[in-house]
Every structure is written in structure tokens, then in C-alpha cells.
Write a protein that binds this ligand. Sequence first.
Ligand SMILES: Nc1ncnc2c1ncn2[C@@H]1O[C@H](COP(=O)(O)OP(=O)(O)OP(=O)(O)O)[C@@H](O)[C@H]1O
Length: 280
Amino acid sequence: MASTLPAGEITLQQQAQTVISGGTPTSTSTSTRGLQVEVRDAVVQFGDLTVLQKLELSIPAGQFLAVVGRSGCGKSTLLRLLAGLEQASQGSVAIGGAASSGLRSDVRVMFQDARLLPWKSVLDNVRIGVPGGDRSKALDALELVGLADRAKEWPSVLSGGQRQRVALARALVSNPSLLLFDEPLGALDALTRIEMQQLIERLWQERKFTAVLVTHDVSEAVALADRVVLVENGTISQDTAIALARPREKDNGFTHYESSILNRVLGRRPVNLNQDGFAI
Ligand SMILES: Nc1ncnc2c1ncn2[C@@H]1O[C@H](COP(=O)(O)OP(=O)(O)OP(=O)(O)O)[C@@H](O)[C@H]1O
């Protein structure tokens, strides 16, 4: 039967076999090291629409990078390019020094919707992400996200935040070296969102994977990232290193970064802030 899905879309079952599992698992190693990412002159087009235009981006191993920008600017396209789900028509993408040619077992993606398989238990959803469906590793991953006691339940009885925790466990269970987050917290309430941010930050610090977070929320980007890049007109138009200690407080330094990036996203003139965080 011909597929009725739009181009580029994949079924839940295919996701289970590809994005979630990252292609054919090749390793059960528990040691994680972040992968370096190099994007050179990348062009991505959909028909007549050029979404990424000679984009250059270099991410050192282990860095936490956030990608912000207006809706439709190409953030998810960039993430999909790194995941091997899109191909550049020009330019190149190298992950860990190797030219990217599709899905890799050491790269995982976490999306805004948890994309759990409804006919599988919480535990079995996490087992999808690990070579051989290793039960004890899946339980360990559920423990990491605080949901080991829900292992036998169906995804349908979990809250939205709990489903995202399961998705995080599934992304982490094979110890990826590059974890790509596409607005994973966008649909969560404010408190759950902060808890999930703290969880992601803690796991990133412990596991030392390279993280790329696409988010609409500049505050979230400044809270989590070592560096925030703005995508505009198909390329990186602003690149800001966030020199703030962790865990980050919403103090004047935080507000300074947040306003400067937000003003640029919105195309406003730069605002200088006094030491109390007020515009001058
Ligand atoms: N598979 C596709 N086929 C055709 N057009 C596409 C495809 N994927 C993305 N686009 C188009 O590319 C542009 C960038 O989309 P993308 O999802 O990368 O933006 P975004 O910055 O992530 O947006 P948002 O913040 O709203 O999620 C949009 O105009 C979108 O319609």
C-alpha cells in the first residue's frame, strides 16, 4: 500500500527502528564521550525553498549548544541534518570526524512529543533504545529519570512530563555521544519544564555527551547552554558563549544574555542594562 505520509515523515514503528534506536546498534559500551560536530557550507532545500544557506557550525565535543530563532527559520531542519534525517544538497556534515551519511547508533534524538509506542509498556519503550533490548540497562535508565516504579505501566497512563522522562530514558539508555533535543520541553507546564531542564543538565554533566537543544525559549537556552546560536536567513547570525556558572540563577548576568539574544531574535535594537538589570 502506498504511504500517505508527507515526504520526510516516518511511521512510529520506523521511528522505533531508526531515530530512537539510531540505526543498527553497534555498541553496548557504557563509557560516553561527546562527539565533535562540524557543519561546513551546508545547503538544505525543499523544492524552491532554501532553508539552510551555506551554514557553518562547529560544536566541540561535550559542548551544550542551544539553537534559537524565529518559527520556520530552519532550527529543526538543522537538527535533522545533524541526526542524518536530512541530507545537505551542498556542503558537508561530519560527526566525530566522520562524514555523516545517515543515522548513527551513537546519536539520539528527543522530540517535543514523546513518540512512545502505545502498545508497549514503559520499560519496553525504553528497551527499544538499547542493543538487544537489555532489560537491566532499560531499568537503570528509568531509574535515572525517576520512573523505575512505573516500568510495567502503559504510556497512556503517564502525564506529559512523565512521558518525556521515558523518552529521555530511551534516548539515554545506550549512552549516546550526541543527543539532539528538538523542543523536548515545549509542551510541558512551567514547573515540570524547570524540573526537566535540571534533569537534562545533570545528565549532560554526568554523561558528558554533546548536546544540541532546539528551543523557542531563549531563557531555557541561556539556562542550559554553553553557547547559544541564532539561525536567521538560513545561517548562524549570532553566536553567544554563555559565561555563567552552573547551576544558573536568574540574576543580572542571566538577564543580560537573555535580553541581548531575545532582542536580536526579535530584530530590536540592542538594549544596555544597568547593574540592576534595567534598560538604560
Ligand atoms: N520535509 C519538508 N518539506 C518541505 N518543506 C519543509 C520540510 N521540512 C521543513 N520544511 C520547511 O522548511 C522551513 C523550516 O522548517 P523548520 O521546521 O526547520 O523550522 P523551525 O525553525 O524548526 O520552525 P518552528 O520553530 O516553527 O518549529 C519551513 O518553511 C518549513 O515549512
